[in-house]
Unconditional design. Structure first.
Length: 162
């Protein structure tokens, strides 16, 4: 099970005991916010993309959307979501539990600057009913991120005409 891989991974960092598991689903930003009793923007959603044969994960604040122009400038290709049925095979986690922890080798993880507004955020932990509260420095450490990117926008920062 994916959550067990994540638990083992986070155990190496002394954080496995901080994984939260819920009796209800936390598979979407809204459901996770309800389960945690927090604002949706503090959910650190992990978005998965294909860039040729590369798999790219972008961890972003729950109130954001990918801005195609920024994504293309950063990664050199149009943002193309990974088909849900390929998530487990390519990333190591099923949709609803995709997270930046314990992913398959070669999966590229990036953190979006939208997360920097918060001292702590809640990413999933490999299942559709789990999360962990991490400070931004802890998220940087645990995610194995290749760096920070600016590829999202919040609803209140939508480009003119949208």
């Amino acid at each position: 099970m994916s959550i067990e891989k994540v638990r083992s991974y986070l155990e190496q960092m002394g954080m496995a005991d901080r994984i939260l598991e819920f009796s209800q689903s936390s598979a979407t930003v809204e459901l996770a916010a309800q389960a945690l009793g927090c604002e949706p923007q503090r959910i650190a959603k992990t978005l998965s993309f294909m860039a040729g044969d590369r798999v790219i994960l972008v961890v972003a604040a729950g109130d954001t959307r990918i801005e195609n122009r920024k994504f293309k400038e950063e990664f050199g290709v149009k943002a193309k979501m990974l088909p849900p049925e390929e998530a487990e095979q390519r990333i190591g986690h099923q949709v609803g539990g995709v997270c930046p922890f314990a992913v398959h080798p070669g999966v590229e993880v990036y953190l979006d600057v939208s997360l920097r507004r918060f001292s702590a955020v809640y990413p999933a932990c490999g299942s559709s009913n789990s999360a962990i509260c991490l400070s931004i420095p802890e998220l940087e450490q645990c995610s194995g991120s290749l760096g920070w990117v600016d590829v999202c926008r919040t609803a209140d920062s939508a480009p003119a005409g949208n």
